[in-house]
Structures are given as structure tokens and as C-alpha cells.
Design a protein around this ligand. Structure first.
Ligand code: ADP
Length: 455
């Protein structure tokens, strides 16, 4: 490998040790190769200047910049999270379109490109993460940057039909073409991206898989992200999750873990659990649902109603089915430390992962990694999670079909040990082999191949 690795992500772990799968993976990569990590500091300042603060990482350097209150609003809460996020999650109806937000989003990308260009070298390999920075390569090219630039889109690629609802949809191909490698989570996403590019004036899909668009060539490929499965499994075995939960010995546990986001299908999940309780036979296992769902992005309008709706549904189900000693749905609004979370997954009989739309869904992989291989729980997984392409041995459900999800719960809770072990072995093989280190390696190897081909 030649050249420095330069990573860009919206947030940089400059205020403490890195945590979370992606941040740890990028940290490990940078530690091995040296290099730079650019991103926002998390601080909002009234009049941020055009310079980076420097924070020394372990073998690499972080360069952070502050946002002004108007940038936080227009770039982050506005265009990124109130336009691109719903667009990419099949909820174009929730887009809050506002020309000012788009302008601010572009201003932040241009400002960052200007600041970065002064520090970059031609042989750097630049790896940009996520929808906050879709136009960043195009802005860097305008600043004269010729280095190899890759991008990874952690969320789904929008369907062509939805894309038409984005006022800037005609700019999207140009943003993509600024990169040399446009990475996506799944084959389904690659198909959606190619569908958009096919037939576009000025675009040509070449035989070797590259795309030529105006004066640029780039590749679109899938790199399904993984987790640090070995570390997570070790964490899960350290604490006794059942002791933490104070469950009755015969009580079975169904677990859901999600940010409170409209893409996660939470209300339908709770209703499906209610249907399971309504229809279960007298002697069927007594199962409780533990839903861990910390609120996020509460400043964004589309998120304000979710918590209320969910509490209403949970209250209704609990009102119908609780008895003096038992409340079937337990609902936690806060974040949970990772070691506790890992132990709770391991204690669970069923992982209930039913998003309407999800780039990958790391919770599904964490649930599998955390299980006891000799007595594993069962994963129920939405057909609309990106993870489904790699996790065919889960019980696959349609998150819009309450009856089907209730039946899957019944099947999971009654599943014989031999079948649970078979399914878990097949799932675990993928989760442990295709872990986050595999993901970073395969992405960077592809970038290296592309830069070698250009030299
Ligand atoms: P998304 O990126 O859309 O939030 P993912 O399922 O891919 O969805 O990733 C969510 C990550 O956040 C997982 O690593 C999960 O463990 C973590 N997480 C979600 N809720 C909590 C919580 N309440 N406490 C701690 N970690 C959480």
C-alpha cells in the first residue's frame, strides 16, 4: 500500500477513546497505516473559522472543525437528516425541502474541501463516509485534488422513483462521479444505483464494470459492513444477562434494540408482539419483549411523534395482557453500555429485528455474535434490512405483515434446539468471517487496485 490513508466522517472520536464498530475499525486502520481523520468536532461555535483543530490519535492525526448554529441546522439537521435520510429510507414523503438547507449543505462541503485541499497529497487514499459528504469529492476535484477518492454509503441507495423527488436529483450522478469508488452495502443497492445511471445522458456502463460519466470513470460496488464479532462475543459471555434482567425462570425474552427512527418499524413490531400474545395457546411459553430504543434527532420534526406513538401501542398491549406479576413489554429509552447490551442479547431467546428499510442493520449481526453456540436464540429479520442478503438462515419476515411477524415469533419460541443450532451456525459463520476487519480490508484493497490501474 502506498500513500497515507485519509478518512472523513461526520463525527471524529476526538473527545475520548473510539467506540462503536465502524469508528474502532477506522481507528485500527489508521493506526496501522498512519494518516489523517477529518470530521466535525461536535462543537457548535458562533463564527467558526476556516481552520482545523488538531488532536493526536494513536499513530494518526485527527483534524476537526466546528459548525456554526446555522450550519448545524442547514447541513446536519436539515439537508442530511431531513432530506437525504428519508429519501434513502423510502420516505420521500417525509422530506422537509428547503432551498436554504441545501445551500448550507453545499457550503459546508465546499468549506471542508477548501480546508482539506491545502493538506492533501497526490498519493493519498481518501475514504469518505456517508451522506453528509455526497458532494465532497466533486468539491475536492474543483479544488484540484487528483488523489484516489472512495466513498461508502452506509444507508440504502434510493430507488429511481424516489430519487426524482429530490430537487437536486440531476446533480447526484455528478456527485457520484467525483469519487473513484462508490461503495454500497448490498447488491440490491448496487442494482438501484446502476438503474439510475443506466440511460442517463452522458453515462455509459462499461463492460469491465466501470461507469463512465462525462470526463470521469468510477466503480460502484457492494461491501457489506460487518461488526467486530470476536470482541462482541467475548463481551457477551462476561456478564450474566438474565441476572441483570430479573426475569422469572420460565419467562422467555424477545429483544429489540434500535434508535427511535421511523425506518425501524417499531410500532408494527410492538403490534406483532401484541398479536402473538393474543393468539398464543394457554400452554405456550410466556414471553416478554424488551425494547431498547433511545431517542435520536429530536430536533427534527419527523422524529417528534414516534415516541408518543410507541408508548401508546406499548400501553395498549400491556393494558390488555399484563397481570399482577407480569408486564409483557418493557421499554427502555436510554442508551445501554455495550457490555450490558451484549449480555442482554445473549440472554434473549429471540432477536426481533424488523425495520421497514435499513442499509445493513448491525443489531442483527450483534445478536448472532452474542449467542451461546450451544443454546442459541433465534433471529427474526426483516426482508428489508440490508443484512438479509447475508443472513438467509434467519426467520425472514415482512415488517408490514403483523400476522406473519406474530407467526414467526411463535415459530421462534417453539423452535427445537437442533434447528436453532443449525440456523445459528450458518449465521455465525458469515458474521465472524465477514467481520469489520474484512470490510475495511476489502474496501481498501479495491481502492489500491484502482489507484494502481490509474498509475
Ligand atoms: P443505525 O445505524 O440505523 O442506528 P444499526 O443497527 O446498523 O442501525 O446500528 C445501531 C448501532 O447502535 C448498533 O451497534 C447498536 O448496538 C447500537 N445501539 C442501538 N441502540 C442502542 C442503545 N440503546 N444502547 C447502546 N447501543 C445502542
Amino acid at each position: 500500500m502506498t500513500g497515507r490513508l485519509v478518512v472523513v466522517s461526520n463525527r471524529v472520536p476526538s473527545d475520548g477513546p473510539p467506540s462503536g464498530g465502524l469508528v474502532v475499525a477506522l481507528h485500527d486502520c489508521l493506526r496501522a497505516t498512519g494518516g489523517l481523520w477529518f470530521g466535525t468536532s461536535g462543537r457548535i461555535t458562533d463564527d467558526p473559522d476556516d481552520s482545523f483543530a488538531q488532536v493526536q490519535g494513536d499513530g494518526y492525526t485527527m483534524r476537526t472543525f466546528d459548525l456554526s448554529p446555522a450550519e448545524q441546522q442547514g447541513y446536519y439537521l436539515g439537508y442530511a437528516n431531513s432530506v437525504l435520510w428519508p429519501l434513502c429510507h423510502r420516505r420521500a414523503d417525509l422530506m422537509a425541502l428547503n432551498a436554504g438547507d441545501y445551500d448550507t449543505y453545499m457550503q459546508v462541503n465546499r468549506r471542508l474541501a477548501r480546508m482539506m485541499a491545502a493538506e492533501l497529497r497526490p498519493d493519498d487514499r481518501i475514504w469518505i463516509h456517508d451522506y453528509h459528504f455526497l458532494p465532497l469529492a466533486d468539491c475536492l476535484r474543483a479544488e484540484g485534488v487528483t488523489a484516489t477518492i472512495g466513498y461508502f454509503h452506509h444507508i440504502p441507495f434510493p430507488a429511481t422513483h424516489d430519487m426524482m423527488a429530490l430537487p437536486q436529483h440531476d446533480l447526484f450522478p455528478r456527485w457520484m462521479a467525483g469519487f473513484d469508488l462508490f461503495g454500497l452495502q448490498t447488491q440490491r443497492d448496487v442494482a438501484a444505483a446502476l438503474e439510475m445511471l443506466r440511460g442517463l445522458p452522458g453515462a455509459e456502463l462499461l463492460r469491465d464494470g466501470t461507469i463512465s460519466y462525462r470526463d470521469r470513470r468510477f466503480e460502484v460496488r457492494s461491501f457489506p459492513i460487518g461488526i467486530d464479532a470476536a470482541a462482541f462475543a467475548a463481551e457477551a459471555a462476561r456478564i450474566d444477562g438474565r441476572a441483570l434482567l430479573n426475569f422469572a425462570p420460565d419467562e422467555r425474552l424477545v429483544i429489540g434494540v434500535d434508535r427511535l427512527d421511523y425506518s425501524k418499524g417499531l410500532d408494527n413490531r410492538l403490534r406483532a408482539f401484541g398479536r402473538y400474545l393474543r393468539d398464543r395457546a394457554e400452554d405456550a411459553p410466556k414471553a416478554s419483549l424488551l425494547q431498547i430504543a433511545p431517542p435520536t434527532r429530536e430536533e427534527v420534526d419527523a422524529y417528534q411523534q414516534i415516541r408518543e406513538d410507541l408508548e401508546r401501542t406499548a400501553g395498549k398491549v400491556n393494558g390488555l395482557h399484563s397481570d399482577l406479576g407480569w408486564t409483557p413489554i418493557r421499554y427502555i429509552h436510554s442508551g445501554v453500555p455495550r457490555d450490558t447490551l451484549a449480555a442482554v442479547y445473549r440472554a434473549a431467546d429471540v432477536g426481533f429485528v424488523t425495520p421497514f428499510c435499513d442499509g445493513m442493520n448491525l443489531v442483527a449481526k450483534e445478536f448472532v455474535a452474542a449467542q451461546d453456540p450451544d443454546d442459541p436464540g433465534v433471529l427474526i429479520l426483516s426482508q428489508f434490512a440490508g443484512a438479509v442478503e447475508q443472513m438467509a438462515s434467519a426467520l425472514i419476515v415482512n415488517p408490514y405483515d403483523i400476522g406473519e411477524m406474530a407467526r414467526a415469533l411463535r415459530q421462534a419460541l417453539a423452535m427445537p434446539l437442533a434447528e436453532r443450532i443449525d440456523r445459528h451456525q450458518a449465521l455465525a459463520r458469515g458474521v465472524f468471517r465477514k467481520d469489520v476487519a474484512h470490510w475495511t480490508r476489502s474496501y481498501l484493497d479495491t481502492m489500491d487496485r484502482l489507484s494502481a490501474a490509474r498509475d
